[in-house]
Design a protein around this ligand. Structure first.
Ligand SMILES: C[S@@+](CC[C@H](N)C(=O)[O-])C[C@H]1O[C@@H](n2cnc3c(N)ncnc32)[C@H](O)[C@@H]1O
Length: 238
């Protein structure tokens, strides 16, 4: 994976971010859509610069009493958009630091507006800092960056640094869905998620083979299938 390390500050801590913020340059039209649409959908007061005291977000103000779900690393946003349309009574927060992905979703939203979507264009850990405890009722982590080399496994999302604050932000009994095409990612997930308080909801060994009933393939999944890799669908309860 092509990436660079960026360090960003959160309180007195520095965090390393290993993903990409940018890919191909956006055209003038894409940049304009991004600017106009992001102004409608962005959530303020998440970054440390905007909210140095890390005050909790007022989700009722943002979503007027809806149930709240979170999609981490939404890529081109096809799954997020699908869920937002399927569930108009739910407020969905999408988090994606890769600007080209954000631009793809905002393009879709400019054609089909969804007033139950709000977006953050940075590292998910910044959201965990400011989400009220037990506020989120469903989380999607779909094809997180695989970091295949052993020495990079500690960069994966399924480490305590991400999973513990995520668990803290979720209501007891709420659901975490993780999809991955990497077997070793499944191994690490099954090992780490329970340490952070999640319980795998598998009834039998084949459970991970079937997608969820309201599933739509993401761009990454389509690519993985084309390349002969097998999706794994893991469901946890917080
Ligand atoms: C392999 S892509 C999958 C994208 C999409 N979910 C899909 O299935 O097509 C992983 C995504 O996670 C995002 N990501 C990486 N680190 C992240 C972080 N710390 N917080 C939020 N998103 C992150 C990346 O920018 C990337 O878009």
């Amino acid at each position: 994976m092509c990436s660079e390390v960026t360090r960003h500050k959160s309180g007195s801590q520095w965090r390393n971010f290993y993903g990409r913020f940018k890919g191909k340059s956006l055209s003038a039209k894409q940049s304009e859509t991004l600017r106009v649409e992001f102004a409608k959908y962005s959530i303020k007061n998440i970054s440390w610069e905007e909210n140095p005291q890390r005050k909790s977000l007022n989700l009722t103000e943002i979503f007027s009493n809806k149930h709240i779900w979170l999609e981490i690393g939404f890529g081109g946003g096809e799954h997020l958009m699908h869920q937002a349309k399927l569930n108009p009574d739910v407020g969905i927060i999408g988090c994606e630091p890769y600007i080209n992905g954000l631009a793809m979703l905002l393009r879709k939203l400019s054609d089909h507006p969804c007033n139950n979507v709000r977006l953050y264009d940075g590292d998910a850990r910044n959201i965990f800092d400011v989400l009220p405890k037990s506020s989120i009722e469903k989380v999607f982590l779909l094809y997180p960056d695989p970091w295949p080399k052993k020495k990079h496994h500690r960069r994966r999302f399924v480490t305590q640094e991400f999973l513990r604050p995520l668990h803290n932000s979720m209501k007891a009994g709420s659901i975490l869905r993780i999809a991955t095409d990497i077997e070793d990612y499944v191994r690490q997930t099954l090992q780490e998620a329970p340490k952070a308080g999640f319980r795998w909801l598998a009834k039998d060994a084949s459970d991970w083979r079937s997608p969820w009933c309201d599933w739509i393939s993401t761009r990454y999944e389509l690519k993985a299938l084309k390349e002969g890799r097998v999706p794994h669908y893991l469901t946890f309860v917080a």
